[in-house]
Unconditional design. Structure first.
Length: 361
C-alpha cells in the first residue's frame, strides 16, 4: 500500500523513491511482521488460553508430550495476521501474484482454523474429516493454479526447470496443472506433519521462505534471471516482499514457540504456511528447489508413507520407532531440543545446497 501511495509522490519528494525498491520493502516487511508478532503474541496467547484453544493429548504419543497438555494452539493466527498486514502495507497491491499467494495463505489458514476449532472448542479430537480437508485444499489449489496460468504473460508457467542443469527445461503442458496441485497440497500437508515438536516446523519454514524469497526476486528480475539462466517470471519479484513478511512473522512466532513452547501454531499455521510457500515456488518456477530447501518436510512425509506402507506389507512391523520421523529420534532418546536444532541445521545446509543450484549448472 505504501508503494502505491508514496511512489507517485516521488516526483515531489525524491526520498520517496526508496519505496520503489523491492529489497527495501522486503526488509521492512520482515521487520514490521516481526514487531507485530512480538507485540500481539502475549495478548493472543492469553486469549487462546482463556477460550480454551488448547491441546488435549491423544494418549499415544511419546511420554514427554503429555506435559504439553494445556499448551494453547492456533498460534498460527498470529503468523497469518501479521504477515498479511505487513504484506498489505509494503507490497505493490496492483501485483496479481501477491493476491494469489495471499488468497492461498488466507484460505488454507481458514481451513486450518475450522479444523483447530473443531478439535479444541468443539472437543472433537479428529477435527474435520480427512476427505473434507483434502477437498478444501484441492478447491483452493485448483483456483490458485488456474489464476497463476492466466496471469502468466510469457508462456512459461507450465515449464519445469531442473536445478543443476542449465538448459534442461521441460514443458509439462496440461500435466503441469496436476503437478502444481501436488506441490501445493503436498507442501501444506508436509508442513502439518512436521509440526510435532517445539520450533520444528517454523524454523525450516523461515529458512525456506528466505531462500525461495531470494529465488523469486532473481526470477522476477530480467537481468539476474538471464545471467543465472533461470526462467524469467515477469512481476514475480514482488513476492519477495511476502517472503520477507513470512520470515519476520515466523521468527516472531518462534519467540513464543521456542521450547518449552507457550503456543503451538495449529493447522491454521501449518496448512497456510505450507500452501503459501508452495505457491511462491510454483510461481517462481522453482518447484524442485522447494523440494531441496524443504527437504525436512519431504523426509517427514516420506517417513510416514514408508512407515504405513511397510506396516501394511509386513503385517504389522514398523520401519521407524514412530512416524513422522521426529518421533523416532525422540524415542531413540534424543531430547526434544536436540531433534529440533539438528533438523534446523539440516535445513540450513539444504538451503545452501539449494542456493548452489544458481551457480552449479
Ligand atoms: C498433526 N499434530 C501434532 C499442534 C500443532 C498419518 C499420521 C502420520 C498423521 C499424523 C498427524 O496427525 N499429523 C498431523 C500432528 C500435535 O500438534 C498439534 O497439531 C498442530 C499441527 N497440525 O500446531 O496444535 C502435537 O505435536 C506436539 N507439538 C509440539 N510443539 C509444537 O510446536 O510439541 C506440536 C507443535 C501436540 C504436541 O504434543 O499435541 C501431533 O504430533 O499429534 N499422526 C501422527 O503424527 C502420529 N503418528 C502416528 O500415529 N504414527 C504411526 C503411523 C500412523 C505412521 C506409527 O508410527 O506407527 C503421532 N501423533 C501424536 N503422537 N499425537 C504419534 C505421536
Amino acid at each position: 500500500m505504501l508503494y502505491n501511495l508514496l511512489v507517485p509522490l516521488s516526483d515531489y519528494l525524491s526520498i520517496l523513491n526508496v519505496f520503489r525498491y523491492i529489497t527495501f520493502r522486503t526488509a521492512y516487511a520482515a521487520v514490521t511482521a516481526m514487531i507485530i508478532t512480538l507485540i500481539i503474541g502475549p495478548y493472543v496467547i492469553r486469549k487462546l488460553q482463556e477460550m480454551s484453544f488448547n491441546m488435549k493429548s491423544k494418549g499415544y504419543e511419546p511420554d514427554r508430550h503429555k506435559q504439553k497438555e494445556g499448551t494453547p494452539t492456533m498460534g498460527g493466527i498470529i503468523i497469518v495476521g501479521s504477515a498479511v498486514f505487513s504484506t498489505l502495507l509494503w507490497a505493490d497491491l496492483t501485483n496479481q501474484y501477491v493476491w494469489i499467494v495471499l488468497f492461498v495463505f488466507a484460505a488454507y489458514g481458514l481451513l486450518g482454523f475450522i479444523d483447530d476449532y473443531k478439535k479444541t472448542i468443539l472437543k472433537n479430537p479428529d477435527g474435520i474429516s480427512a476427505k473434507t480437508k483434502f477437498m478444501g485444499q484441492l478447491v483452493v489449489a485448483v483456483a490458485a493454479t488456474a489464476m497463476i496460468l492466466s496471469v502468466d504473460a510469457d508462456g512459461n508457467a507450465t515449464k519445469l526447470a531442473m536445478p543443476f542443469f542449465k538448459d534442461f527445461i521441460m514443458d509439462l503442458s496440461f500435466f503441469y496443472f496436476a503437478f502444481a496441485l501436488f506441490v501445493i497440497i503436498g507442501t501444506s500437508n508436509a508442513v502439518n506433519l512436521t509440526d510435532g515438536l517445539d520450533g520444528l516446523a517454523i524454523m525450516p519454514s523461515v529458512i525456506a521462505f528466505a531462500t525461495i524469497g531470494l529465488f523469486v526476486y532473481m526470477a522476477g528480475h530480467v537481468k539476474f534471471a538471464d545471467y543465472l539462466h533461470i526462467i524469467y517470471v515477469r512481476d514475480a519479484g514482488e513476492l519477495s516482499v511476502f517472503c520477507g513478511a513470512m520470515v519476520g512473522a515466523g521468527l516472531g512466532f518462534l519467540w513464543y514457540n521456542a521450547h518449552p513452547a507457550s503456543v503451538f501454531m495449529g493447522d491454521v499455521g501449518s496448512l497456510s504456511i505450507g500452501g503459501a510457500l508452495a505457491t511462491v515456488a510454483v510461481i517462481s518456477k522453482h518447484e524442485i528447489v522447494l523440494a531441496i530447501v524443504g527437504g525436512i518436510f519431504v523426509v517427514e512425509t516420506l517417513s510416514v508413507i514408508f512407515q504405513v506402507g511397510y506396516y501394511k506389507m509386513s503385517g504389522g512391523k514398523r520401519l521407524f520407532r514412530m512416524a513422522p520421523i521426529h518421533h523416532h529420534f525422540e524415542l531413540a532418546g534424543w531430547s526434544e531440543t536436540k531433534v529440533t536444532v539438528r533438523f534446523w541445521i539440516i535445513s540450513i545446509i539444504l538451503a545452501l545446497v539449494a542456493l548452489s543450484t544458481l551457480k552449479l549448472r
